[in-house]
Design a protein around this ligand. Sequence first.
Ligand code: ZN
Length: 473
Amino acid sequence: MDIVYTCHGAAKEVTGSCHLLECSGKRLLIDCGMFQGGHQQEAANAAPFGFDPASIDVLLLTHAHLDHCGRIPKLVREGFRGRILATGATRDLARIVMLDAASLQEEDARRAQRGGRRRGESAAQPLFTLDDALHAMDYFAEPVAYGSDMALFDGIHARFLDAGHILGSASVLLKLKTGDRACSVLFSGDIGQSGRPILRDPVPAPEADYVVMETTYGDRPHRALPDSVDELYRAVRVTLARGGNVIIPSFALERAQEILYYLRQGMQQGAIPSHVPIFLDSPMAISATEIFRRHPECFGDAFLQVLRKDDPFAMPNLHFSRDTAQSMAINHIESGAIILAGSGMCTGGRVLHHLRHNLWRERCSVVFVGYAAHGSLARSIIDGARNVRIYGEDVQVKAQLWTINGFSAHADQGALLAWLGTARRTRVLLVHGEYERGMHAMEQCLDKAGVACQVPEQGEAISLSRQDVLQAN
Ligand code: ZN
């Protein structure tokens, strides 16, 4: 009897997280995320999983980002009938993320069908539908509390630890025993950066024989948070002074709420004008903000204190645009507005309309506050494209660009190493990073620290019950 790990997504890349663990005839999946970026990455979502979804007994979901939960409706559509374990906040957020993804899938398929019919092709099918996303919700078990030990099956125990990345995010520690073999495996999920305003700091990695670890920013330090907040305020002041709009492509979960929190603070402190209209033009971010209000158990102490005094997400000049008409009305605003809209990587969503109206205008600014994957529109703009295609139109890039990486919800190199603690005898499997960037740099750091590490390939099965681990147990 063996304990086997196989990486089915996020091998040498950032998106598509999906990890299979087999022990005592049970099959556990950790995350089932979507591949994101350009067409090539997204085509991978339609490919077979590499395992039979019906054979999975339990899915442990670390957090609600699309690249961790986005293929769950496809998993259910293809036969998964096991339990899904997640924190309450992750379950609530995953619901809106999966529904949003499903409606985009249906919309894309309809568009492709119209084009396909004209060319006489067979009808394009969505990866999954709204019904599949709703059906997936049926498999979520009772919410998991941080820190509690759960016996999943005979010889298989799990514990969720606060990862401090987004609301409800967790690392998952699994203790496995089969016959005379045993080992513990820690899945990092995505690790947050300490000292953030809303969430608690990540819980440092506990002892484990194996750590499957993300390496998104394994190659660099982030800018200090106060400097990043100052730069955000400067971007707002400079842009408003010259009569432009500030466009902030923003992830709906966590980033949008954090940016709102900083803008509110900046207004209170006089760092930015207090009358400037702010538009949160993202139905998902608006729903996520509501879910934030419902999960104070995830907040750090400082934020709980703010919350006792008043609502940190409420400002008289903050406008929520849920419907399309409200969103389109924003397009008529020539100057003096701050517009937050998704998607963060500009791969779709309402931000595309705002870019089409503002990206070619020198007076405006686009402020990037998050990760931009290879192949995404945000990445092309950040990398210096002079012209980009938006809805079939060429748009010049003339607005001032700001890339502020200190807002990242991901730990930087130092924070990843501090989370792991390199003094221990553990074996690290590096995932969730671009190989040439975060992953290889982390490999070098760990080599130097004398920590054994390995970079799994997509679909490569790795035995976790090696002799030296057995002796350690
Ligand atoms: Zn994440």
